[in-house]
Design a protein around this ligand. Structure first.
Ligand code: IPM
Ligand code: MG
Length: 404
C-alpha cells in the first residue's frame, strides 16, 4: 500500500462527525508540536482581481488569531499572476518562487485577467505559468474542497429547500497534478491552410490514482464513511483504469462504502440530491467542474475554500491554500467581494499544515457567527431574508476578525 499524502489522517476515526456548521471537514488530531513551532513563515501571494482585497481580510483575521493564541505568523507578500508580470515580467517571478520554497505554506489569492490574455502567449499566462506551475512544482496532488451550506444561507442555494434536507456537506477530493491539465502531447498544430488541430492528452498512472484514492478514503473514514468515485469508464480508457484502481484501494477501507458514478450522472445528482454525497473523488478536470457546481449549492463560489497538499515532511505538511472562486475582475477593487473563501482557506492551512486545530476552529466559528448575525456580501445576499444585512469585503473581514 502506498504511504499516502500527509500524515493528516494518521489518527483517523478518533472523532465523531462534526455537527456544527463550519467545523472542520476532516477532524484531525492536534499534532503535538515542539515549543519552537509557534512561529510560521507564510508566503502570501494575493495575485489579481479581487485577490488583494480578500487576502487583506484573511491576513486581518490571521493577526487576530496570532494575538489570541500567542502565535507568530511571519507573512511575506509577493506578486504573482498579472501582478507578477507587471512587477517582474513573469507570472511567477523567480523571487516569488524562492519565497515559496522557503515558506512553511503558501496562502494564495487568485490569478488571471482574461482581458489581458491576448497580449501574451498562452504558455506565459498566469493560470498556466503560475498556478499550474506551482501545483506541479510542489507536488500538490491532493486538492480538498469542502462544500458546506450553512442553514442560514438556505435562501442563497439555488435548490428548493426540500432538496437541501438537513444541509449540504460534501468534500470534493480532486486530483490536481495529472490528467488532461498536464498530459503530453499538449499543443495546437496547423494541419492545412485554415485548419488547426488542438491536442490535449489525458494520462493517469496506477500510483497517481492510488495516492489520491487513499486521501479520499481516509477523509471519508472520519466523515460519513462514503466515497463516490467519479469517472467516465463507459467511454475513456482513463475511466476504466480509475475505476479499477479505486476499487482495489477501497478494499483496504472496509468501513467506507464505495460507489462509482459516471461524471454526467454525478453532475445531475448534485442538483437532484446533493445530500447523498459525502466524499466525491474526482480526477483533475472532472473535479474542477463539479467543485464549481457544488460550490454554487453552498450559496456562492465566494464561500469555497481549498487546500492543495503534497507529501508530509516531519510534523508540517506543506500546503497551498486558495479560494476556488477566481479573480472576479468585474467586482475587483469595489469592496464587493466575499472574503470568506479566503478566510476559510487560512483555517484549512492552520489545521492541515500546522495542526493548529483550536486556532482553525476559532476562524470557522467566527465565520459562522458573522453569517448567523446576518452579515452578507452581495453574492450571498437575499432580499427575502429580512435578517440579512448587506456589507462589503472590509466589513465582513472586520466582523470575522472581531469574533476570533
Ligand atoms: C480552479 C481554477 C483553476 C483550475 C484555473 C484558474 C486554472 O478553475 O482552481 O478550480 O482549472 O484548476
Ligand atoms: Mg475551477
Amino acid at each position: 500500500m502506498i504511504e499516502c499524502v500527509s500524515g493528516l489522517f494518521r489518527n483517523q476515526g478518533l472523532h465523531a462527525r462534526p455537527k456544527i456548521l463550519f467545523t472542520p471537514i476532516l477532524l484531525l488530531p492536534t499534532l503535538t508540536l515542539p515549543m519552537s513551532s509557534t512561529t510560521f513563515n507564510l508566503a502570501a501571494l494575493a495575485g489579481d482581481g479581487i485577490g488583494p482585497e480578500v487576502m487583506r481580510e484573511a491576513i486581518k483575521v490571521l493577526r487576530a488569531v496570532e494575538k489570541k493564541f500567542s502565535l507568530t505568523f511571519n507573512i511575506t507578500e509577493a506578486p504573482v499572476g498579472w501582478a507578477g508580470i507587471d512587477a517582474a515580467g513573469k507570472a511567477l517571478p523567480d523571487a516569488t518562487l524562492e519565497l515559496c520554497r522557503k515558506s512553511d505554506s503558501i496562502l494564495f489569492g487568485s490569478v488571471g485577467l482574461p482581458d489581458r490574455d491576448p497580449t501574451i502567449p498562452k504558455e506565459e499566462r498566469p493560470e498556466r505559468a503560475a498556478l499550474l506551475r506551482l501545483r506541479k512544482e510542489f507536488g500538490l496532488f491532493a486538492n480538498l474542497r469542502p462544500v458546506k451550506l450553512p442553514k442560514e444561507l438556505a435562501h442563497s442555494c439555488p435548490l428548493r429547500l426540500d432538496r437541501q434536507s438537513d444541509g449540504i456537506d460534501i468534500l470534493v477530493v480532486r486530483e490536481l497534478t495529472g490528467g488532461m491539465y498536464f498530459g503530453q502531447p499538449k499543443k495546437t498544430e496547423q494541419v492545412s491552410p485554415g485548419v488547426q488541430r488542438a491536442i490535449d492528452t489525458m494520462v493517469y498512472t496506477t500510483p497517481e490514482i492510488e495516492r489520491i484514492a487513499h486521501v479520499a478514503f481516509k477523509a471519508a473514514s472520519v466523515r460519513r464513511k462514503k466515497v463516490t468515485s467519479i469517472d467516465k469508464a463507459n467511454v475513456l480508457e482513463n475511466g476504466v483504469l480509475w475505476r479499477d484502481v479505486v476499487t482495489t484501494v477501497g478494499k483496504l477501507y472496509p468501513g467506507v462504502a464505495l460507489e462509482h458514478m459516471f461524471v454526467d450522472n454525478g453532475a445531475m445528482q448534485l442538483l437532484l440530491k446533493p445530500t447523498q454525497f459525502d466524499v466525491m473523488l474526482c480526477e483533475n478536470m472532472f473535479g474542477d467542474i463539479l467543485s464549481d457546481e457544488a460550490a454554487a449549492l453552498a450559496g456562492s463560489l465566494g464561500m469555497l475554500p481549498s487546500a492543495s497538499l503534497g507529501a508530509t515532511s516531519g510534523e508540517r505538511t506543506f500546503g497551498f491554500y486558495e479560494p476556488a472562486g477566481g479573480t472576479a475582475p468585474d467586482i475587483a477593487g469595489k469592496n464587493l467581494a466575499n472574503p470568506i473563501a479566503q478566510i476559510l482557506s487560512t483555517a484549512l492551512m492552520l489545521r492541515y499544515s500546522f495542526g493548529l486545530n483550536d486556532a482553525a476552529d476559532s476562524i470557522d466559528r467566527a465565520v459562522g457567527q458573522a453569517i448567523a448575525s446576518g452579515l452578507r456580501t452581495g453574492d450571498i445576499f437575499n432580499a427575502a431574508d429580512t435578517a440579512a444585512k448587506k456589507v462589503g469585503t472590509r466589513e465582513m473581514g472586520d466582523a470575522i476578525a472581531g469574533a476570533i
